[in-house]
Design a protein around this ligand. Structure first.
Ligand code: C2E
Ligand code: CA
Ligand code: CA
Ligand code: CA
Length: 279
């Protein structure tokens, strides 16, 4: 079977490979899961390095299957992308993230930004601007507290369209982050042409700090470059105190990672924020 543009499968043959068959099964299960409310968002704290405070949450989707339990996004986002389910799934994710963000406000939590992942296909092919505008309007969550994470690779294709979509998103009042930065070979000159607020250093560059001199040089360069362009820089995948100390020394603005917390359900996230307020 071969995937066509908009998720139509063009033909099946007797020799359909096992992996194609698995994918079909997964595709139909995915549709049902979405319809039955089996998708859930977990939230990972984003910490301001200067103050040590939680200032935001990245929403990360999980599939809560009644039989298999929690299924990681790496197992179904690629299928959602190829099949087109990313449209309705992405819409649900943005709506749910805004709903949760607004709930936390109503519960009296301090101001928190909520960051939502947008996959390349969702960015290129769905009405992301319209869908985000409705989510904000329907939930009452302030646009200024919403951040959308777009991967570097999504910017590389159809640059003019990408830039236009980003401008329209920015006009809604939200912030834009480039996810997995450093993995996609963007040049400084390219980056300058996009309306971006935040660079997220890919966790691949953080993992081997302090053992890899190269990765330390790259991370330091991304921080300096981001700042020279007026951007905030966040490091992801921070697991150790040493990594955090290095980033602090280099002036990195914020971080995420197991050193603070894994992604957790919404109630557990709120508890983390409350514990910090109390302490
Ligand atoms: P990502 O956006 O780069 O998310 C970071 C991934 O690293 C998450 O995995 C997170 O749980 C994990 N992580 C966080 N801190 C650490 C750490 O200290 N060490 C290590 N080793 N890992 C850490 P997760 O949740 O499995 O998500 C994987 C990818 O799936 C995401 O990468 C993103 O590309 C995609 N994804 C997740 N949620 C969504 C979503 O709601 N929409 C879309 N379109 N994609 C999503
Ligand atoms: Ca992300
Ligand atoms: Ca990332
Ligand atoms: Ca990633």
């Amino acid at each position: 079977a071969k995937a066509l543009g908009r998720g139509a499968w063009c033909f099946y043959t007797e020799e359909m490979t096992q992996s194609a068959r698995d994918r079909l099964t997964l595709e139909s299960r995915l549709r049902l899961a979405l319809a039955h409310g089996h998708m859930v968002l977990h939230y990972q704290p984003q910490i301001d390095i200067a103050t040590g405070r939680i200032v935001g949450a990245e929403a990360l989707v999980r599939w809560n299957d009644p039989e298999e339990g929690l299924i990681a996004p790496g197992r179904f986002i690629p299928v959602a992308e190829v099949s087109g389910i990313i449209g309705p799934l992405g819409e649900w994710i943005i709506g749910e993230a805004c709903r949760q963000g607004q709930r936390w406000r109503e519960e009296g939590l301090p101001a928190l930004t909520v960051a939502v992942n947008v996959s390349p296909r969702q960015f290129q092919l769905t009405d992301l601007v319209g869908c985000t505008a409705s989510a904000l309007q329907e939930t009452g969550f302030p646009a200024a507290m919403l951040e959308l994470e777009i991967t570097e690779s999504a910017l590389a294709e159809r640059e003019d369209e990408a830039r236009q979509t980003m401008r329209r998103l920015r006009d809604l009042g939200l912030r834009l982050a480039v996810d997995d930065f450093g993995t996609g070979y963007s040049s400084l000159a390219q980056l300058k042409r996009f309306p971006i607020d935040v660079l997220k250093i890919d966790q691949g560059f953080i993992r081997d700090i302090p053992h890899s001199a190269d990765d330390m040089a790259i991370s330091a360069a991304i921080i300096a470059m981001g700042h020279s362009m007026g951007l905030k820089v966040l490091a992801e995948g921070v697991e150790t105190a040493e990594q955090l100390a290095f980033l602090r020394e280099r002036g990195c603005d914020s971080f995420q990672g197991y050193h603070c917390s894994r992604p957790v359900p919404a109630a557990a996230f709120a508890a983390l924020v409350r514990a910090q307020q109390a302490g």
